[in-house]
Structures are given as structure tokens and as C-alpha cells.
Design a protein around this ligand. Structure first.
Ligand code: BTN
Length: 244
């Protein structure tokens, strides 16, 4: 069972960067959480940044030392995404996972995950799980296309400490599941909770736009589509973009 130890910082560049440096020392244990009230340079996936107004939202990074075979890396994405949907459900918010690991309510993004792994030989020895949840933010920068927060959905201010407590609890449960049960259980649930699964959406691949049905995500994180003219297609993350 994972024990959490929270280091609470007022301000940091990015909790992922901080934890990456801090956990180079192998004695820093699994379950260490770097929590920040404000990130000056919050990172999103790829070249994106992560916007979060000071003191308003939940931004933290969690250290795992999973000793997981590299081929199973996608299970880390699956368990964390599910834990966030579990936590939101606790607060009466139904959400879905947009491949690979955005959390959506309707067509709006409420949370994002940035996972950074360290691999030694064939094992993932260190995993830094960065989570940003829009909790009490009301006004987002105009360049963000579709953000939403718990506050705007429920019309009330949430206690950040409570959200963190519930989320860590859900992470603990899902991580236990990862450690104890077969990979298939989490994988099946991930697919069940997938945004627009079984629906036809527009996708952009290089400069081409096409329509396809989202069939499933496989255990390695590959997106499987069926185009409207019946062709099966497979994409790695970054190769194709769903049009919202
Ligand atoms: C994304 O949706 O692109 C991923 C966003 C991840 C944001 C979190 S906030 C806490 C942690 N520290 C960072 O710099 N990024 C992650």
C-alpha cells in the first residue's frame, strides 16, 4: 500500500521538474507528492504549457517507483486517468477520458496528466505523475479552447485540500489494483470510460482531415479507428488529433 508524503510549496516552476530533480536521490520514496499553490512554468504534454491561476486549482506531482516492464507503460496512464474520474465522481461530476489522458466533462477539459518515466534496462524504475485539475478557476486565458472547472460546473467553491485528499485516496486504490490484479481490469475500465468511444468524430492526420469511429485503445496505448469507408487505422499518440 502506498503511503503519501506531501511537500507543500507556495511557488515552483513546475512540480514535475522539481520532483524530477528531488527524486534523483534513490532514497526519496514512492508516494512523495510535490504540491504547489502556483507554478510559474507549468508543463503540459508536448510543447504545451499548463495554465493554473495562483491558489485556485490542484497542481501536484507524485513519485512512483513501479518497477514495471516498459511494454506495460500505458497501464500507468490508465490507472491515473481512472483515479481522476473516480475523484470527480465523488464530487458529483461525471467525466470521461480523452485519449490518452485528458479528463473531459462533455466537450470540455477539466484535468490533464503529464507522466514522465525513467527507464533502466527493461523496467520503468521511476514515474513522475503530474496532475492538474481545474478546481476553482473561473476565467481562463482566451487561447485555451475548451477548459472547464469544478467550480463552474457545480457553481460552488471547492476546498482544495479535500479534492487532494479524495484524489490521493482514489490513486491509492487504483494503484493497488494495478499491483494486484491483471492488467486487463484497468484496461477494460479505461476503454469503458473513453471519450467518444463508438462515435464518429473528425480526426486530423498531418494535413488531412477524415471521419472515423473510435473503436478502442489497445494495451500499448495505440488508438484504433474505423474510417467511414470501413478501413481500420491505428495511430500512436501525437500522430493524429481528434477534432473537438
Ligand atoms: C496536459 O494536459 O497537457 C498535461 C497537463 C499536466 C499539468 C500538471 S500540473 C502539475 C504537474 N506539473 C507540471 O508542470 N505539469 C503537471
Amino acid at each position: 500500500m502506498i503511503d503519501f508524503r506531501i511537500l507543500h510549496l507556495q511557488e515552483v516552476d513546475s512540480t514535475n521538474n522539481y520532483l524530477k530533480k528531488y527524486s534523483k536521490d534513490n532514497t526519496v520514496s514512492e508516494g512523495t507528492v510535490i504540491l504547489a499553490d502556483y507554478q510559474k512554468n507549468g508543463k503540459g504534454r508536448g510543447k504545451n504549457s499548463w495554465y493554473s491561476g495562483a491558489d485556485l486549482n490542484v497542481t501536484f506531482s507524485l513519485l512512483l517507483r513501479p518497477e514495471l516492464k516498459t511494454g506495460r507503460y500505458f497501464i500507468l496512464t490508465e490507472f491515473v486517468s481512472l483515479a481522476i474520474t473516480d475523484a470527480l465522481k465523488h464530487f458529483g461530476i461525471e467525466s470521461l477520458i480523452k485519449w490518452p489522458n485528458d479528463v473531459y466533462v462533455g466537450d470540455f477539459k477539466i484535468a490533464g496528466i503529464l507522466i514522465e518515466n525513467t527507464i533502466v534496462g527493461s523496467l520503468i524504475t521511476r514515474c513522475i505523475v503530474g496532475i492538474g485539475i481545474n478546481v476553482n478557476e473561473e476565467i481562463f486565458p482566451a487561447e485555451l479552447s475548451n477548459p472547464i472547472s469544478m467550480r463552474s460546473l457545480k457553481n460552488k467553491i471547492f476546498q482544495k485540500d479535500e479534492v487532494i485528499h479524495v484524489l490521493l485516496d482514489k490513486i491509492r486504490n487504483r494503484y493497488n489494483q494495478l499491483k494486484k490484479e491483471t492488467i486487463q481490469t484497468l484496461h477494460t475500465e479505461y476503454n469503458k470510460n473513453l471519450f467518444r468511444r463508438g462515435k464518429v468524430s473528425g480526426y486530423k492526420h498531418k494535413d488531412r482531415i477524415f471521419k472515423a469511429e473510435l473503436i478502442e485503445i489497445d494495451t500499448t496505448g495505440v488508438l484504433k479507428l474505423k474510417t467511414t469507408n470501413g478501413k481500420s487505422k491505428q495511430y500512436l499518440f501525437g500522430e493524429v488529433e481528434m477534432i473537438i
